[in-house]
Design a protein around this ligand. Sequence first.
Ligand code: S3P
Length: 432
Amino acid sequence: MEFTKTRQPLRGEITIPGDKSISHRAVMFGAISDGTTEITNFLQGADCLSTISCFRKMGIEIENTPDRILVHGKGLHGLKAPEEILDAGNSGTTTRLISGILAGQNFSCELTGDASIQKRPMKRIITPLSMMDASIESIRGNDCAPLRIHGHRLHAIHYLSPVASAQVKSCVLLAGLYGDGKTSVTEPALSRNHTEIMLRSFGASLSSSKTTVSILPEPKLTGQKIQVPGDISSAAYFIAAGLIVPGSEILIKNTGINPTRDGILRVCSAMSADITRLNERTSGGEPVADLLVRYTPSLKGCVIEGDIIPSLIDEIPVIAVLAAYADGTTIIRDAQELKVKESNRLDIMVHHLSAMGADITGTDDGMIIHGGKSLKGAILDSFLDHRIAMSFAIASLAAEGATSITNAECVNISYPEFYEDLRRLTSCAAQH
Ligand code: S3P
């Protein structure tokens, strides 16, 4: 599939689909709980469907209906050995979190994923799980998937993680449920805390202080009702579109604004963006708001570095687009993790924004963008990375001339209705 630029500006209301990280966790924790977990506003993206498919292969009955998901949990020790290889598709969250659960089972299995997953670093989970006495190996010996995991009783550890990664933290905490004592993880900066919030609601004994989280092994978790808030990482594309396309005004409803995820809002405020938070409330234990976004002709460049990075790691591609349309210089540092996402997002952003005429230079751990140049359309490939496809769909809206994005269908990973929502908001504006 190819995307070609739609009309602009964008006006109207949009309800963002469910949060990807929270949807994965609701299925996983439901599967290892006693009783039924009911999930509403579940993200029906390919990544979350991979998580469902893995647990079905381990004997968990999961009903997927249009208005809710029912996970019939079998308890911490109720999973059965899969008869086939578990396939995590494109999903790093599935691969890394499920490994923590598999390490504590009483069976062996293999876990793999698509070509992108088979290149992403798994040493970051192999190291702590091995310290917990798990048997986990990279089958090709390259520290990537496919992985072979022989589950058994685990040893509790205090792990000092070299990366601020919620996937690593969650993997170790889930393995800690099967440990022989208190397991703790300390990370260099606080990463998203959805695992902590949700595992507590399922009955786990968890304590957190600054960047350390500890968990005790549990005899049991109990199924819950989870209402998944809208994904701020998906809202980010419409936030950016509203800010850069002249004449736009969008109400983005039901957006998760957990402080470990709201870095993009803090950056927008540093850029003097016109965004108002309305109707702040809680949904499924997570803070949520509606965001009113208005075109801002005078966005300002800013410096983005340090502890804020984990709270906006998935939004950096679209923040780079914002920076290209802002006045002045934006410097992004400490973002080397971008190189090991679904694609090398640092290199691709620098390449594609340059192709559109932006003044952007890549650095070892980020990029420097001198904004305010007028951008022109280009033919760009998504490299099968959903966040690259969506970032350039947005960049094209305020550029001169046509942009085509090839392999554009990969938005199915996290936001299947993205192009439909974009068309709806632009045709709203056409009728205005
Ligand atoms: C995620 C954590 C982040 C993020 C990913 C989802 C999660 O990855 O980039 O899209 O659900 O825990 P890292 O933990 O590798 O930073």
